[in-house]
Write a protein that binds this ligand. Structure first.
Ligand code: LLP
Length: 427
């Protein structure tokens, strides 16, 4: 469910709108390419997820900032009561910049530096998700120096196959994430001995874009067993953090993944009734369908074997198709008249790489130079993964709310790009 739909535009054609904003008008005002996010979709997705746990007081939904860290997006979610899951000091500073209370923030990641730990401890975040014994020891030392206590949850690796793309599966024994399940009890015992550590929770995150509930069930069942055995040994476990990972629909022609309500039911079945506070770290589920990438067709090129639709957005703007073989729907911004012939085409960008494409062998209504397209479901892991490869400028980000829009990250100029660098003093 999202708020991008065709509506009658001033041209009397049906034009794709973001809420009440005409995307063709927006493209004229902002230029292409650009990312566009819908506040209403962000809000809806946050509420659907949070409301699914309304019956469990104290539940904390920590939006995973890595999915989309645009300040406008974070502020929109923060105002609704969202906490944040951060993986770097940069993300933590973003969350604080939009006034998310520190007690709603958790800090994940396998490679936190001591400087990052110190910054987070001084901020007073809710908890660290600790991923190894050396990290635990470092955190204890940093906390002792600062005379603070670090509340932690060990991220436990359950060795469960999340049945998702191999680059976004994190819960198998051969992934770098978490501590081995069997070693968890001895690590909680160590944590009890170390100064300035309060091991109060257990964390798990088994992967992303998970479209089958079975891996979650297997993982949460193991988590429940672990909590029971830790409690039996006298550890005061008060919360579990179940991570993120719930998949979203990328294709309207395929069955929808499980809903947050289905997921919530499963969570209650597995870990409800233990008197534990529940934390979650959804990213894609909240931001994915709340964003699109709008681009303009530059050329329609007839190759020897294929038709290439060359657009002004490229792999540096949206990495997902080439990095994860991801499928993103593409819609013409102006709805084609019924009966418009379709073609099968690769939609590619200007970057000098064969892997630079947004879609392969896609059936689309015939497009022409100058036409606008919208690459759908690009709100999560889109702009955050962008780079200036080929010295292309980062694309603007626009947040829409009803009939208003705000360019929350303007397009930089070429002078800005060049001004970020220095020549060495010997030249
Ligand atoms: N918590 C932790 C510890 C994570 O590592 C992640 C995602 C999340 C929560 C949020 O997961 P979500 O609810 O968004 O699935 N760039 C890839 C996805 C990488 C996910 C990394 N970790 C993509 O575009 O598919």
């Amino acid at each position: 469910m999202h708020h991008f739909a065709y509506r009658r535009g001033v041209s009397h054609k049906n034009v794709l709108h973001a809420e009440e904003v005409d995307l063709a008008d927006l493209a004229s005002a902002v230029g292409t390419p650009f990312y566009c996010y819908s506040s209403a979709t962000l809000e809806r997705h946050y509420r659907v997820f949070a409301d699914a746990f309304a019956g469990t007081p104290g539940t904390l939904v920590c939006y995973s900032v890595k999915a989309n860290s645009s300040l406008g997006v974070l502020a929109t979610l923060g105002q609704l009561g969202a906490g944040m899951d951060v993986v770097s000091e940069g993300e933590l500073r973003r969350a604080l910049a939009v006034k998310v209370p520190p007690e709603r923030i958790v800090f994940s990641g396998v490679g936190k530096t001591r400087a990052e730990m110190a910054f987070a401890l001084n901020t007073g975040i809710f908890a660290f998700n600790v991923e190894s014994e050396p990290e635990l020891r470092a955190l204890s030392e940093v906390a002792a120096e600062l005379k603070r206590t670090a509340r932690i949850a060990f991220r436990v690796n359950p060795d469960v196959d999340a049945k998702t793309h191999h680059k976004i599966a994190t819960g198998k024994a051969d992934n770098k994430f978490g501590v081995p399940f069997a070693e968890a009890p001895s690590l909680y015992a160590l944590a009890r001995e170390l100064p300035c550590i309060e091991a109060a929770g257990v964390h798990m995150h088994i992967g992303s874009q998970i479209t089958d509930l079975a891996p979650f069930r297997n993982a949460f069942a193991l988590l429940k067993e672990l909590v029971a055995s830790l409690r039996a040994e006298g550890f005061a476990i008060s919360f579990v953090n179940l991570g993120g990972g719930l998949g979203i629909p990328y294709r309207s022609d395929q069955p929808a993944p499980p809903s947050p309500a289905d997921y919530a039911k499963l969570v209650q079945e597995e870990v409800g009734g233990l008197g534990l506070r529940l934390l979650f770290e959804p990213g894609r589920m909240i931001a994915g369908n709340a964003g699109i990438l709008v681009a303009r067709v530059l050329y329609v090129k007839q190759g020897a074997a294929k038709i290439f639709t060359i657009v002004d957005a490229a792999m540096n703007d949206l990495m997902r198709p080439t990095l994860y073989e991801a499928y993103h729907e593409i819609l013409p911004v102006v709805e084609p008249a019924s009966g418009t012939p379709t073609i099968v085409t690769d939609v590619a960008g200007p970057v000098c790489e064969t892997g630079d494409y947004l879609a392969l062998a896609r059936e689309l209504p015939e497009l022409h130079a100058g036409d606008l397209i919208a690459v759908m479901t690009a709100g999560a892991y889109g702009a955050v993964l962008a780079s200036e490869y080929n010295s292309r400028l980062l694309v603007p980000e626009v947040l829409v709310a009803g009939n208003r829009y705000s360019v929350t990250r303007p397009r930089p100029g070429y002078d800005d790009m060049l001004a970020k660098e220095r020549l060495p003093n010997w030249i």
